[in-house]
Design a protein around this ligand. Structure first.
Ligand code: SF4
Length: 215
């Protein structure tokens, strides 16, 4: 795959190369683009989401709308341990909270696949700036395919509007990037699009896309 390859071409190539392939979505705008490409083109790609138990009601509603629109099932993957008893862990130890709700469940889930697809873009965070279309994910031990890695924010929204793709209602209310409810706030004009994630802390990522050697 070359830098200029369209995302659909990348996805078709990935399916041919990796019969055991999955897409992990958090229902962000970029994820909705990938779901649209998979759904409209009936690509044989498994899709799941990390249902942390702390998602916004609007995100749960979008989940159902996407399944209905494309006639697909987006599987729920839950935390591996019962953490409901650990009160407000996102305040006391957000890295551990993300590890229990996201990183460990993702690791367990990906063990059944030879490749996973993500919807990351290079300009989202410094940690994503060097992401490639096709990578070896040494953290989780499989291939990693990033079909939107060269796209801009405007490319994403042009695709969503052109194809009338369902998106999260919170985008209209100042939330360009949406994660768990306790850790996501709206942004004001001029702020970085991910400034509302873990606001007030240095944390920028859940840990899903941070390479082992950059920790
Ligand atoms: S985003 Fe917040 S609530 Fe969600 S897993 Fe991470 S720390 Fe916990």
């Amino acid at each position: 795959m070359t830098e200029g390859s369209p995302p659909l071409e990348i996805l078709r190539w990935a399916v041919a190369e990796h019969p055991r392939i999955t897409f992990a979505t958090g229902f962000g705008a970029e994820g909705c683009v990938v779901i649209d490409l998979i759904g409209r083109n009936k690509l044989p790609i498994d899709i799941f989401t990390l249902d942390t138990g702390e998602l916004f009601p609007e995100t749960l509603e979008l989940w159902k709308r996407l399944e209905s629109r494309y006639g697909i099932t987006i599987r729920a993957v839950h935390p591996v341990v019962e953490i409901a008893s650990i009160d407000r862990l996102w305040e006391s130890d957000p890295d551990r909270c993300c590890d229990l709700r996201k990183v460990q469940p993702l690791r367990n889930e990906l063990a059944g696949f030879s490749a996973w697809i993500t919807a990351i873009r290079r300009d989202q965070t410094p940690e994503r700036a060097n992401a490639q279309i096709v990578e070896t994910d040494t953290k989780f031990g499989l291939a990693k395919i990033n079909p939107l890695v060269t796209w801009t924010h405007d490319d994403v929204w042009a695709h969503l509007y052109a194809n009338d793709v369902p998106t999260n209602a919170l985008h209209e209310r100042g939330y360009p990037s949406i994660g768990c409810a306790p850790c996501t706030s709206p942004v004001v004009p001029g702020e970085n699009l991910r400034a509302g994630r873990w606001r007030g802390s240095a944390k920028r990522e859940c840990g899903l896309h941070i390479k082992e050697d950059s920790k």
